[in-house]
Design a protein around this ligand. Sequence first.
Ligand SMILES: C[S@@+](CC[C@H](N)C(=O)[O-])C[C@H]1O[C@@H](n2cnc3c(N)ncnc32)[C@H](O)[C@@H]1O
Length: 259
Amino acid sequence: MERFVVTTSHKPSREQIKLARDLAERLNAKYVNRRHLSDYRKKGRVDFYYVIESDGRIVIRWNGGELFFHPSVSKIRMRNMQNGGRDYLTEALNLNGDETVLDTTFGLGTEAILIAAFLPRGKVVGIEKSVHIYTVVSDGMRRYKPKVKWIGEAMKRIVLIHADMKEFIRKAEDDSYDIVYCDPMFENPKYESSSMNPLRPFASYDTVNEDDVKHMLRIAKKRVVLKANEKDSLFERIKVDKVMGSKKSGVLYGVIEKI
Ligand SMILES: C[S@@+](CC[C@H](N)C(=O)[O-])C[C@H]1O[C@@H](n2cnc3c(N)ncnc32)[C@H](O)[C@@H]1O
C-alpha cells in the first residue's frame, strides 16, 4: 500500500483542517477536502487515507481496515498478571525497575507500555521503521487520555523514535542501554491475533540476523530478548541462552545474557 492522502472527518473544524494540512506537509502527501475523498477512492487513486478526527486523533483507513492507537491489549495483559497469570515477556526481561530498555520494534507499543509499567525509575526508548505506524502511534500516545493511572504513567516513560533499528543499533555506543528487546514480524503470522492485523499492511518485515544480534549485545549492558513464533526459524538461526513462552500461544521469548 503506497498511495495515500490526508483528510479530516466530515464537517471539520478549522483546527482539524490545520492539523490535516500540517500532517500532509510532514508526510509529503496531498491534503484532500473530505467532500472530495470519495472521488479519489472511486477512481482508485488511493490505497489508504489518513483522517484527522474531530478530537484531533490520527486514524488511517482503507477498504476493510483501520489503524489507530489504543493500549487495550496492554491492559488485558496487565490484568492477566494481576490475576496471577504469567507474562513471559516481563519474566524474560527480568527488570529491576531502573533500567533503560531499547524496544527496537515498537509497533503499536503494546509491549513497550507493559515494560514501562515495570520501570518506575527507568524508561523505554522505542524504534519504529514504518512512517505510518510511527505517525499514528506517536501521535496517539501523545493525545491518549488514560483512564487507568498506570497506563498514563507508563506512557510518560516512553520515547519513540522513527528509525531503522538496523542502522540505529550500529550507530549506538557500547553498553548504552540495559536491555535490548526485539519483536520482528513473525515469519508465520498469527492472524487470530487481531490486535496485530491493522498493523500488517504498513509494517516492515525485516528479519533479524546474527550481525544484528551482535550489535544488540554490544549496546546492551545486561541482556537481549528476542521474540518469535515457535514455527519461525529465529531460534534455529540465533543461539540464545534460554527460551521461554507458553505452549498454548506458541509465542516464544529467547534471552541472551551479556555476562
Ligand atoms: C511484531 S511488531 C511489534 C509489536 C510490538 N511488540 C507491540 O507490542 O505492539 C514489529 C514492528 O517492528 C517494526 N520493524 C520491523 N523492522 C524494523 C526495523 N528494521 N526497524 C524498526 N522497526 C522495525 C514493524 O514495522 C512493526 O511495527
